[in-house]
Design a protein around this ligand. Structure first.
Ligand code: LLP
Length: 384
């Protein structure tokens, strides 16, 4: 049983739903802005982690910018009030309409991933008589030591421009009249819990910046992406990631030149811990040798366990009876619809509320309608 959840107020709500603890989000935002301000760092929230409009407007009010990877995300950020001059746009496959949306709104920067993309941005900017600000997304070949589906900075990934190709890209940029290079961008992966990959990234970035500087290229904008991990095991005792330690690594290993701005794009570390998926137990099913808790939430509502084998802490919010062991599964007609196996939970009955914790990032936004299921709704601690 976890007293912080107002289960008595859940009665009137249709499960499953996402429950957002807005006090945790506010505290996280205060911490990240306070720590970033110490070094004059700029933060763009990675909208892909959670684009719920209430969450976006709360983040926007705290003064953060937005990191977008699609036209839909740019539109969601603009609708939530993010100023265009704080929006960056990344992604390996930007469609023409998406680039045009960015140009029409004069977004801060396109984080560019290839020469063909640069050519199209230039062509579209020429047609509008505009100059597009671009940063090169560099593949720094740093292994993030995280799940292979969410590592992005190694040689075999589709993301970024290889360091060996940079001089070709620079030659190309010199020929494009409507593209202005302002900086470089990196993102090595997500849910990174070690310091070492970020140290390697900041050192590699410093080397690259130095060599470009020696070739007469001054970069005013350096963007280190996101990736800071959260504590999925201990959401209550460790709800706010160590932003101070994260920024300190870059401060130590990436000395800036006058006028140079350092930016970050955290997603998970901002919204991960404020959200839980709340579900009700449909049935307790006795299998041949184990007990199944069958929830009314499935991977359609929270994909991460089925998709990445990700761990989310599971809690029974209704029972404080003796512990039992269960496999916790969803109702979707796929054997992969399992949240966790052999979980120790308070004795569980039909109708109990179950929380899947740390689901604020890549939860609601990755929900789908497979099996013609309804998308989960969202509820907020301050308006419930
Ligand atoms: N910037 C770029 C360019 C990115 O690709 C990402 C995440 C971020 C920033 C934010 O990274 P974060 O701070 O959230 O780690 N769906 C997966 C995570 C995919 C992350 C994709 N890129 C999951 O559920 O774990």
């Amino acid at each position: 049983m976890n007293k912080q959840f107002p289960t008595e107020k859940f009665q009137s709500l249709q499960t499953p739903f996402y429950y957002y603890d807005m006090a945790i989000l506010e505290r996280t935002l205060e911490t990240v802005t306070g720590e970033a301000n110490k070094y004059g760092y700029h933060i763009h929230y990675a909208v892909k982690a959670n684009a719920n409009s209430r969450i976006l407007s709360t983040i926007c009010k705290s003064g953060l910018g937005a990191d977008c990877v699609s036209g839909g995300e740019i539109q969601a950020a603009l609708n939530a009030g993010f100023p265009a001059e704080k929006i960056v746009f990344a992604g390996v496959g930007k469609a023409d309409w998406e680039i045009n949306l960015g140009l029409d709104n004069n977004i801060f920067c396109f984080n560019v991933e290839s020469i063909p993309e640069l050519e199209i941005i230039n062509e579209l900017a020429v047609a509008k008589g505009k100059i597009a600000h671009v940063a090169l997304r560099i593949n720094p070949e740093v292994d993030a030591h995280t799940h292979h589906h969410i590592t992005t900075g190694t040689k075999e990934n589709k993301f970024g421009i290889n360091i060996a190709q940079i001089s070709n890209v620079m030659d190309k940029i010199a020929m494009l009249p409507s593209v202005k290079l302002i900086g470089i961008h990196f993102h090595i992966g997500s849910q990174i819990t070690e310091i070492e990959p970020f140290e390697r990234l900041s050192e590699k970035a410093a080397e690259l910046e130095q060599s470009l500087f020696l070739h007469g290229i001054y970069l005013e904008y350096i963007n280190f992406g996101g990736g800071l991990g959260i504590d999925y095991e201990h959401p209550d005792s460790n709800p706010i990631p160590d932003f101070n330690a994260w920024f300190e690594i870059f401060h130590k290993h990436f000395p800036t030149r006058p006028g140079q701005q350092v930016h970050f794009e955290p997603g998970r570390s901002i919204v991960g811990q404020c959200g839980s998926l709340i579900s009700k137990v449909l049935y307790i099913k006795e299998g041949a040798f184990k007990k199944f808790i069958i929830l009314d939430a499935g991977f359609t509502d929270l994909l991460r366990p089925a998709f990445y084998g990700a761990y989310h802490k599971i809690e029974n919010l209704s029972s404080c009876e003796m512990i039992d062991v269960y496999d916790v599964v969803g109702p979707v007609c796929e054997s992969s619809d399992i949240f966790s196996k052999a979980v120790e939970l308070n004795k569980t009955r039909r109708g109990d509320y179950i929380a899947l914790r740390s689901a604020g990032a890549y939860g609601e936004i990755m929900a789908m309608q497979y099996n013609c299921r309804k998308l989960p709704k969202a509820t907020f601690s301050d308006t419930i």
